[in-house]
Design a protein around this ligand. Structure first.
Ligand code: PHE
Length: 451
């Protein structure tokens, strides 16, 4: 039988849930990762595939993952154990929860290093380190990334911040922070878009890069990256939204809230792209210059604006907060599990998991400099972890979630959670049982060269 309450507490309202889940979705994925992978993969066609994946795969799976969480009301591992008993299927499904926990730990280990760059940029902006000259901006970024000490320091700052929020639990602080943060972040993005418009022809070049698809630009690996990013940016496939769903009061519409969250997430990513690509072209930079893209472009905009240092500080502060509201959702599954199964306090659980993630993150920080020659499957530690999690683990996790909700759970239980009119239910059911799993499967076959 479905539990009615989680032992970890509940969101105080529907709005609070939307804020928290949007906080999980909107993060570095939208502002840092989306532009640079779009740049690396040729622009428009990649964007179109990504948007298609959000619609046809992401949203249906987000609904599935949330409803499973709300029905199980525990950490993803225990939720899957209970839901598999309820559905009368193998208890081995709880390994799906385990895979999610591992994915969360791996993702946060590099996420935190990049969030550390953003913290460093708050200070750079404040001390007048931004310049209108693209070459100066680039060398300042290169210097930061070349310094193991600085990267480890800022990564540590970010991990400490994450742990201290998670320790306080799902409601304390978090809800309020997001309430302020989201509108402010949007306002600053609009400011950057307005700045991008002043670049004249380059603004249109940026728009056309983003929105006029040229399919000869993409191959199966680009399609995999676009699909993986749909999971990453929505925070799907590893239990983050499942655990947030488990704190969702009954009576709130899972479908509507999922649509809002996915909509907000997509808008933020597109705005970031619109702000950044005109600057890339106006300054003769390479769209495919990689993970440093926003750090090499946005400071130019701030360097050019009057009062740019202040907007720069604000922007990077907001980016750090956006990263923080995502990072806490990445550790929450393991923290909830430690509390449930190991009987430790929330504080202790947060410190243990945070410590392990921090240690792993140190190797990621080094992979940008001293350890840049260390390769796993031909990739640096950072690139390997990114590929493994976003392109493989999240889509596999999402595939299993779709199969579980679409094929294994009793339909009356699913209907009871979703509470939808018949026709809408049938549409979702079709997407989650057939379209989403088939799409993931076909993309994998394609990458393996089997299709
Ligand atoms: N969605 C977050 C972002 O775009 C990252 C994330 C991934 C959060 C997976 C939770 C789970 O930055």
């Amino acid at each position: 039988m479905a539990k009615t309450k989680s032992i970890h507490g509940e969101w105080s309202s529907r709005f609070a849930y939307i804020l928290a889940a949007t906080g999980s979705a909107v993060g570095l994925g939208n502002i840092w990762k989306f532009p640079y992978i779009t740049g690396e993969n040729g622009g428009g066609a990649f964007v179109l595939v990504y948007l298609g994946c959000v619609l046809a795969i992401g949203i249906p799976i987000m609904i599935a993952e949330t409803l499973m969480g709300r029905r199980g009301r525990q950490s993803p591992i225990n939720t899957l154990r209970d839901l598999s008993a309820e559905a009368g299927v193998s208890p081995h499904w709880q390994y799906l929860g385990w895979m999610g926990v591992v994915a969360g730990v791996l993702i946060l280990s590099y996420y935190s290093v990049i969030a550390g760059w953003a913290i460093a940029y708050v200070f750079k902006a404040f001390f007048g380190g931004f310049s209108a000259d693209a070459a100066i901006v680039k060398s300042s970024f290169d210097n930061l990334v070349a310094s193991p000490g600085q990267l480890i320091f800022w990564h540590s700052v970010f991990m400490v911040a994450t742990i201290s929020v998670v320790m306080r639990g799902v409601k304390g602080g978090l809800e309020k922070a997001v309430l302020l943060l989201m509108p402010a972040l949007l306002a600053l993005l609009f400011l950057l878009v307005a700045y991008a418009m002043t670049t004249g022809e380059y603004y249109f070049q940026g728009l056309s890069f983003l929105f006029s698809p040229d399919f000869s630009e993409i191959d199966s690996d680009a399609v995999l990256t676009a699909m993986g990013h749909a999971f990453f940016t929505l925070g799907l496939g590893m239990g983050a939204i499942m655990v947030y769903g488990s704190y969702m009061p009954k009576g709130i519409s899972i479908v509507k809230t999922s649509l809002y969250i996915a909509g907000a997430d997509t808008i933020v990513a597109l705005l970031a792209g619109i702000a950044i690509f005109p600057l890339v072209f106006a300054n003769g930079l390479e769209p495919g210059s990689g993970p440093g893209l926003i750090f090499q472009t946005l400071p130019i905009a701030f360097g050019n604006m009057t009062g740019g240092w202040l907007f720069g500080v604000l922007f990077f502060v907001l980016l750090v907060f956006a990263a923080l509201t995502s990072s806490i959702s990445l550790v929450e599954p393991i923290v909830a599990w430690l509390v449930e199964n190991k009987g430790v306090s929330r504080a202790k659980a947060s410190v243990i998991s945070g410590g392990a993630i921090w240690a792993l993150g140190v190797s990621v920080a080094l992979s940008f400099n001293s350890w840049s020659d260390v390769k796993i499957f031909d990739k640096t530690i950072f690139n390997f972890l990114d590929y493994l999690t976003a392109n493989l683990m999240l889509p596999i996790g999402g595939f299993c979630i779709a199969v579980f909700a679409g094929w294994l759970m009793h339909q009356k239980d699913v209907r009871n959670e979703l509470n939808l009119p018949d026709q809408q239910y049938e549409i979702w059911k079709f997407l989650v049982s057939y379209i989403a799993p088939a799409a993931v499967f076909i993309v994998f076959l394609h990458v393996l060269g089997l299709f």
